[in-house]
Design a binder for this molecule. Sequence first.
Ligand SMILES: *Cc1c(COP(=O)(O)O)cnc(C)c1O
Length: 218
Amino acid sequence: MIKENILRIKEGLPSGTQLVAVSKFHPAEAIMEAYEAGQRIFGENRPQELAAKAPVLPKDIQWHFIGHLQTNKLKMVLPYASLIQSIDSLHLLEAVNSWCVREGTVKDILLELHLGAEETKHGLTEEEILSVVENAGNYPGVRICGLMGMATNTEDESIIRGDFGRISALFKRIRSNYPGMDSFKELSIGMSEDYMIALEYGATFVRIGTAVFGPREY
Ligand SMILES: *Cc1c(COP(=O)(O)O)cnc(C)c1O
């Protein structure tokens, strides 16, 4: 079942778009089933869960952290995650940068744009993102690889398109204003319900949980 889902979803993705299989709340066995179908990028949103799973699963898995990250949990996430997709505040950005500088490493990150309405308060404003990119030299511990966003949770497709349109426009604006910033090339938008729409807006990562692993039991 998981294998068929992965193969079917990947078949529908253009060549420049990668699947992030969101494995939160699903056990190691489910991840191994996806792994055996060729999947290598997995997304987790809880620090403890990532820190428990990563050491017991294959070393060539690329873990993407996609959830809200508190600065006191960095040591559970940064050693395992190859990409932090959810840099959702300047405070977190500073903390990740300092941690990496101290450790002598550089971590790949995406800046999360606040999209949608009241349901989430996490995310950077467009102004904050533009200022971070302009001052990227202040953050030697991170490599800014692009943007991430979560559309409003609604059935109304025009609202979803509005959200994806906004993040896609910001992404293109930064790309054209900073042509020398080679790392800035990822746009992570789209989940199980809306990823087909996200493809129209240039998604390079789609983050899909339910449509790969089935419903989560909370
Ligand atoms: C859970 C989650 C997803 C996947 O959601 P599905 O609707 O199950 O595909 C994608 N992105 C983030 C940030 C998530 O927390």
